[in-house]
Design a protein around this ligand. Structure first.
Ligand code: PXP
Length: 262
């Protein structure tokens, strides 16, 4: 199994900044610290309502990630405005996400089955500009197939339902993890690179990281919260260590991988 990359989402540093309309804490400083602490890349979501990350943040994040030769993953809604911003910056990756103004966070995956005709040309234009495009989808086989036929190179599987079930000690957690595993298998079979993210914490990261097809996790809210108590660098390092532990156990002991996946 290959090493699992960690993308750190710094949106919620900007949430805290914007709560007071001040210039601090600075998400760009957080991105620098995250890279220094072992993050493989930076993820940021420029929402249409600019509730956290701003256009100026994206300008600065694009600059520092390019300067350091590290990937920036721009999460974006499928709109003309966001497409123009992505094309202007040409980040390493763009992750297409659904967006509703009234939602607290990205509550579900992009419906690529329903939006296939609208999404396909956007994927093509971004890909033609050299941007690696991913679709953020629920772990559903039809969504995986639609993402591949829309031309995406990557799918990011929405782990939110599974993570919430674990936190609530719901009996559904096992079945939700099975859905993630089946979607990851199918995506890899179709030649897609597979990522995962949303709602991941220290407890849920290990069963997710043990899914062998995954190449990258994108984690934000929990890490920024944990940073209040132990600092951003140590929080990232602990997450990284748990990911590596899950991978190395799964590599050396298939029984353990099965145990984790239960
Ligand atoms: N991946 C995607 C596509 C997302 O939209 C988000 C949330 O912005 C994340 C990962 C990170 O989720 P969380 O902040 O819950 O860790």
């Amino acid at each position: 199994m290959s090493k699992l990359r960690l993308g750190v989402n710094i949106d919620h540093v900007a949430t805290v900044r914007n709560a007071r309309g001040e210039g601090y804490p600075d998400p760009v400083r957080a991105a620098e610290m995250a890279l220094a602490a072992g993050a493989d890349g930076i993820t940021a979501h420029l929402r249409e309502d600019r509730r956290h990350i701003s256009d100026v943040d994206i300008d600065a994040l694009a600059l520092i990630t390019k300067r350091r030769g590290r990937p920036l993953n721009l999460e974006m809604a499928v709109t003309r405005e966001m497409e123009a911003i992505a094309l202007a910056h040409r980040p390493h990756a763009a992750c297409l996400v659904p967006e509703r103004r009234e939602e607290v966070t990205t509550e579900g995956g992009l419906d690529v089955v329903k939006g296939h005709n609208a999404i396909t040309p956007v994927v093509r234009r971004l890909a033609d500009a050299g941007i690696r495009v991913s679709c953020f989808i629920d772990p559903d086989l039809a969504q995986v197939a639609a993402s591949q036929s829309a031309g995406a190179q990557v799918v990011e599987l929405h782990t939110g339902a599974y993570c919430q079930a674990v936190r609530e000690r719901s009996p559904d957690a096992g079945a939700l993890l099975e859905n993630l595993k089946a979607a990851a298998r199918e995506a890899a079979r179709l030649g897609l690179e597979v990522h995962a993210g949303h709602g991941i914490d220290y407890e849920t990261v290990k069963p997710i990281a043990a899914i062998p097809e995954l190449m990258e996790l994108n984690i934000g809210h929990f890490l920024i919260g944990e940073a209040i108590f132990i600092g951003l660098g140590p929080a990232i390092q602990r997450m990284r260590a748990l990911m590596d532990e899950a991978r190395s156990h799964a590599n050396s002991d298939p029984e353990f991988a099965r145990f984790l996946a239960k």
